[in-house]
Design a protein around this ligand. Sequence first.
Ligand SMILES: Cc1ncc(COP(=O)(O)O)c(C=O)c1O
Length: 371
Amino acid sequence: MVDTKLQYLKIKAEVDAAIHEVLDNAAYINGKPVQDFADQLSAYLDVKNTIPCANGTDALQIAMMGLGLEPGDEVITPSFTYIATTEVVALLKLNPVFVEVDPRTFCMDPVSLRKAITPKTKAIVPVHLYGHAAPMEEIMKIAAEFDLHVIEDNAQAIGCDYIFSDGTKKKTGTIGKIGATSFYPSKNLGAYGDGGAIFTNDDELARKLKMIANHGQQKRYYHEMVGCNSRLDSIQAAVLNIKLRKLDNYNASRKKVADAYNKAFAGTENILTPFVAPYSGHVYHQYTLVLQDVDRDALHKHLTENKVPSMIYYPVPGHHQEMFASFGLPAYNLAVTDWLTEKVISLPVHTEMDEEQLTYITTHVLNFINK
Ligand SMILES: Cc1ncc(COP(=O)(O)O)c(C=O)c1O
């Protein structure tokens, strides 16, 4: 689905030099590249505080710990997302409440969100799925009305613009109280190992989040609160520093791929290509089609047989996951989510795709659909 090797080869000299510098300085943990990266990312996103951590799942967990949520508090998330979003809710003994997504954007549906709010609701976690922004303006309005925290899961959308109705723009991940992201290697800003970060404009909260990520301490060996050990290492930060400077170009390359796919599939009625809402940019972490009157699983098999990678993100939504069986979940009726899990298929999208690959992929998709 991605070609991280070819991308690396194009920046090899720069990356190798930066990694060797870390090795020469032997500051593997909390070295200068980590603070440099946090500063550069804050500047790029135009956010006051960036707290690097070990991965995107930790970023979400630390965010929820920082907001002082109590066991039994309800946290609303879309069911149609990667498991990390909801797993951390359960891990912290909070109650996950699943809501519906918009069938066109795949992101949280504000109508479903509003209906799910109860006196126990404390936080909302919108996910900017596949690289498209959730409708943050409406979500923030609802959050303000009910005095709820908003944690944006920005693991799939780093660099995406949100466009407010007055025309102003902000990067996704910087609109809610906290944003969380992942630097997993295949992400738009991917490290060569695990990594993650948390963003906030609230300085006091940032201080707390930083402490939580570091065993609840500010001063060494004086632990003010229960925390965890979640660090971005210096080698990953050195790599990310280089790749951050290229992020806009990388996202532009992904968009070019998406445009080429859109062109190839235009006019094929059974294929719905990704919709882009007027309030959102799109950084195409995934290029995901919705298929109508097509045997999706047979297409998936056909592509695999022809050596075309494709993926189903996600075959089982949160409200059907076995891990939540003991949570006494209500009988959810999330028809759009259930429908999407049967209709979506994601095609390869990355920074190194060439025309030959694109033609090969689209030909195999269209041959199957038009047969
Ligand atoms: C939407 C979403 N949230 C959270 C995560 C978790 O990130 P990580 O794998 O770095 O823990 C991911 C990564 O796969 C993701 O796609």
